[in-house]
Ligand binder design. Structure first.
Ligand SMILES: CC(C)(COP(=O)(O)OP(=O)(O)OC[C@H]1O[C@@H](n2cnc3c(N)ncnc32)[C@H](O)[C@@H]1OP(=O)(O)O)[C@@H](O)C(=O)NCCC(=O)NCCS
Length: 167
């Protein structure tokens, strides 16, 4: 039986719920200033630009960006593959004003599809135990908790590792 998430189209055409003109593509260097601002607001972290470039190096297609009609990023997903046959979502966030319109779902579906195309068999991520919105979101995409990561975050909060197979 196909699950709901898998029945959504994987195309790079506009995301229907997000105003019609938002679409997905791979990361481009001009996206970085806006992505840094999204990360600062959504993830409360501020990383140096060089980190994004070095993380992208091994698998450029794993760094996905959702852009509006003016090519301004409204969300992104940065996935890496550091373990054989495994993809890991390192950063994932949507601009606060653009949430619950399907941008996050479109990014996730495209990431899962690109991971399969690359031959990956498993996807993993880490999330704060208190981030119930993200945990519910990931559960909808068949991720389940596989480990408790004690004091995983710099402020001492525990994390969950979540994972799913990529059939
Ligand atoms: C997690 C996150 C990326 C999801 O992005 P998003 O764009 O809001 O995701 P979606 O819009 O696809 O889905 C969010 C919810 O809106 C619902 N939704 C999607 N499109 C919708 C629409 N057109 N109308 C009404 N509801 C809709 C979805 O069903 C979903 O509900 P659920 O998660 O309870 O199942 C976003 O909440 C975020 O950036 N959070 C802050 C950063 C963060 O926590 N990142 C994860 C760290 S590990």
């Amino acid at each position: 039986m196909r699950c709901i998430a898998e029945s959504v189209p994987h195309s790079l055409s506009p995301i229907p719920g997000a105003g019609g003109s938002t679409r997905l593509r791979s990361f481009e260097p001009a996206d970085l200033p806006t992505i840094i601002e999204i990360v600062a607001e959504a993830l409360r972290e501020r990383y140096d630009a060089s980190l994004y470039f070095s993380l992208r190096q091994a698998w450029p297609e794993g760094f996905l960006v959702a852009v509006d009609s003016r090519e301004r990023p409204v969300g992104f997903l940065l996935g890496v593959s550091q373990i054989e046959r495994e993809g890991r979502i390192l950063m994932f966030a949507v601009d606060r004003n653009q949430r619950t319109h399907g941008v996050g779902s479109a990014l996730m579906l495209e990431f899962l599809q690109r991971a399969r195309t690359k031959g990956l068999r498993r996807a993993t991520l880490e999330v704060r135990v208190g981030n119930v919105t993200a945990i519910r979101f990931y559960s909808r995409f068949q991720f389940s908790v596989v480990d408790l990561l004690r004091a995983y975050y710099s402020d001492g909060e525990n994390g969950y590792q979540m994972a799913r197979d990529l059939p």
